[in-house]
Design a protein around this ligand. Structure first.
Ligand code: PRT
Ligand code: ZN
Length: 300
């Protein structure tokens, strides 16, 4: 029997979002044993149970009120919303946070040799997809008739096999399209993994408090992943130029360098990726001992 003081969070059991979701929860300090073969893993130090399910089931579990929280791709989430809207089923949820993984796009692709002159080139086309509702919404907005058919998997082979004139599938690197002789011609939806809950205003206050605590930790993990701690020595007169180069969110810390009055020590947290070319520019300014360190946690 489920203990009403605990909340349930659904993540993908296995697949592209699975390891990222588990890693995020572990980084949030949730003590959980994912090696356990059970489909429900119980956190030891917080009243949270993790349910391992297929990603397609997560939006429905939330929208039907079966579980409180879920991590799912916004592609699946939007597709389920459109389907439920069409079927006149409930599709209310609260989007709590976009996550920094599962980034991809739902795109239209056509044979590489086709001369593509814009979306009107797909007038009346047969298009294979696993996302018929997102695809229909896109073509409706463009006012172009087309024929969708659904393939749940191996969508990229549909044009070569002669089923379709084009496909609509998820793309991240673009390698799969290229390997199948296809080219990406339109992005119809940009996606990433996101944390969602049941309609937040209907969640009991004790659960809301726990969700807020988890959310703050998740934001801290994401911020830390995006940020770098930078330490360097810089001639005093080049200090401002170095700070401008580093484009930092917070005010820097400036320290004396023992035994050297010309140089100071600069410590800074930067939300920007520090590429080699920035380090080379710092070096040209006279910086030395440049360290770029990852940050494990941030709480603001
Ligand atoms: O078993 P279950 O139903 O849970 O998993 P699944 O097989 O339906 O999903 P899975 O694990 O493949 O993907 C889960 C989620 O990962 C998706 O819903 C997206 O939110 C996200 N995601 C991110 C991707 C990709 N990137 C991605 N590239 N999902 C699928 N792909 C596929 C795409 O369909 C195509 O076959 O990868 C191929 C293209 O990749 P590139 O790199 O060659 O462009
Ligand atoms: Zn799936």
């Amino acid at each position: 029997m489920f203990n009403k003081n605990r909340i349930r969070l659904a993540i993908q059991k296995s697949g592209r979002l699975s390891d990222h979701s588990k890693d995020l929860l572990l980084r949030c300090g949730i003590k959980i044993n994912f090696n356990n073969p059970s489909l429900i893993s119980v956190a030891e130090n917080l009243p949270i149970d993790i349910m391992l399910v297929r990603d397609d089931d997560i939006p429905g579990l939330i929208m039907d009120g079966a579980i409180e929280l879920g991590i799912v791709g916004s592609n699946i989430l939007q597709e389920v919303c459109l389907e439920r809207k069409y079927l006149k089923e409930p599709y209310i949820f609260t989007a709590l946070q976009n996550l920094d993984f599962g980034v991809c796009r739902l795109s239209l692709a056509v044979p590489a040799e086709l001369e593509y002159l814009g979306i009107s080139s797909l007038f009346g086309a047969k298009i294979a997809t696993s996302y018929p509702y997102l695809l229909k919404r896109y073509f409706k907005q463009k006012g172009i008739p087309f024929q969708a058919f659904v393939l749940n998997g191996s969508v990229e082979i549909a044009t070569n096999a002669g089923f379709s004139d084009a496909i609509c599938d998820l793309v991240s690197s673009g390698v799969t399209l290229k390997a199948n002789g296809l080219k990406e011609v339109e992005v119809i939806f940009n996606s990433c993994a996101c944390l969602i809950s049941q309609n937040y205003s209907n969640i009991p206050i004790n659960h809301q408090n726990l969700i807020n605590k988890l959310l703050e930790r998740i934001k801290g993990v994401i911020k830390a992943r995006e940020s770098k701690y930078i330490m360097l020595h810089i001639p005093r007169k080049k200090l401002q130029q170095a700070i401008n180069l580093l484009n930092c969110a917070e005010k820097p810390t400036i320290l004396e360098l023992a035994g050297n009055t010309d140089k100071v020590v600069l410590h800074i947290v930067s939300a920007e990726t520090i590429f080699w070319d920035i380090m080379e520019k710092l070096k040209v300014l006279g910086a030395s001992s440049i360290l770029v360190l990852p940050i494990e946690k941030i709480m603001e």
